[in-house]
Design a protein. Structure first.
Length: 348
């Protein structure tokens, strides 16, 4: 994993949400109706969680009022719905530490050095964090964070570098196209001459190869070479078992993601079989101020459905209000009849 960057000035907000899948996104809407601001942290580089990462084009049939919708379409609709509340997203970051401050608030830290101070923490991380799959290359751990990166946090990191990208999905192709103009050299390797990426991205990549602006090899990374965690080159192996050396300063392996509970397991929250038990009147964990919704929670009768996550988000927001605004009275309102809510939504 990438090394943490320099710790930044802490951000203060009402609610910090871990996970930007459907439940996390709808939480922004429910919290926004109550004038509660939210920051969202997600290890992925875009919103949607499993919907966009695992089945962006797979039809979903059980979302109320939408007879059929893809994971990507549902995410886009949710993003449009929460736009009036201007949430702040911290993509490509993993929540890796949580501590309670002396004033009762929480400080959530990420592996990118971001610190968010909030009165309420909402864990909406699905089955956990999507973690990058480490390629089976001996000694790769030595170079992680210095020369081997599983995500691109700052493009400038790769300026004037000899960059090697391994993979055949959207991430591999997207970063091939984005880094080609600033890298000293860029090589893409994939184990076959076929891709799981958008066709227009593949076409653009092939055009760059024809123009000799980048290189493409049907090959795999067999060995890494360098000293002190700094990569100097790699050994590539072709489909015909031939091997050759390639100069490289940085390796970006995009071999997909796997689901793990990750650092959440170390947050001091009571877990039951890697799930968070909650009170179903508030969807609060046994730790006051830490709420959880979606597939990561357990309670009698729990159904792992997106629509269940929406219900859980609504009740969570009502309970979170009393923690964030202890001196204010909560007045329940309907969006259909409340002029103040409609004004917040920009539809009045």
């Amino acid at each position: 994993m990438d090394q943490p960057s320099e710790v930044q000035t802490p951000i203060e907000t009402d609610v910090a949400i871990i996970g930007a899948g459907p439940a996390g996104l709808f939480s922004v809407f429910e919290l926004g109706l109550l004038d509660l601001k939210a920051h969202l942290v997600d290890i992925l580089d875009r919103p949607g969680g499993q919907c966009t990462e695992l089945y962006p084009e797979k039809p979903i049939y059980d979302i109320p009022a939408l007879p059929i919708v893809t994971g990507q379409e549902l995410t886009e609709r949710l993003m449009e719905q929460i736009k009036p509340f201007s949430p702040t997203f911290h993509f490509g970051e993993m929540a890796n530490a949580l501590e309670r401050l002396s004033d009762g608030r929480w400080k959530l830290s990420t592996d990118a050095g971001t610190q968010i101070i909030a009165r309420v923490i909402v864990i909406a991380a699905g089955g956990g964090s999507f973690m990058p799959k480490r390629p089976p290359v001996p000694g790769i751990e030595t170079y992680e964070g210095t020369s081997v990166h599983y995500a691109v946090r700052k493009m400038e990191t790769f300026r004037c570098k000899n960059v090697l990208i391994a993979g055949g999905g959207d991430s591999a192709l997207d970063w091939t196209l984005n880094l080609a103009p600033i890298a000293k050299s860029l090589t893409l390797v994939h184990h076959r001459d076929g891709f799981r990426a958008a066709q227009h991205s593949v076409n653009q990549m092939r055009e760059l190869v024809e123009q000799r602006k980048i290189n493409f090899h049907v090959a795999s990374v067999k060995a890494l070479h360098g000293e002190g965690g700094k990569l100097s080159g790699v050994t590539l192996s072709g489909h015909d078992k031939s091997e050759w050396h390639l100069e490289a300063d940085a390796l970006l392996p995009f071999f997909g993601l796997t689901m793990k509970l990750g650092p959440i397991a170390d947050f001091g929250i009571n877990l039951h079989e890697n799930l968070i038990p909650v009170d179903t009147t508030r969807f609060e964990s046994e730790t006051p101020g830490i709420f959880a919704i979606g597939d990561i929670i357990t309670y009698p009768g729990k159904l792992k459905l997106i629509l269940s996550g929406f219900h859980e988000a609504a009740l969570m927001a009502q309970a979170a209000f009393h923690i964030c605004r202890p001196n204010e009275k909560l007045r329940f309102q309907y969006t259909t009849s409340s002029s103040s809510l409609q004004k917040k939504l920009g539809v009045s």
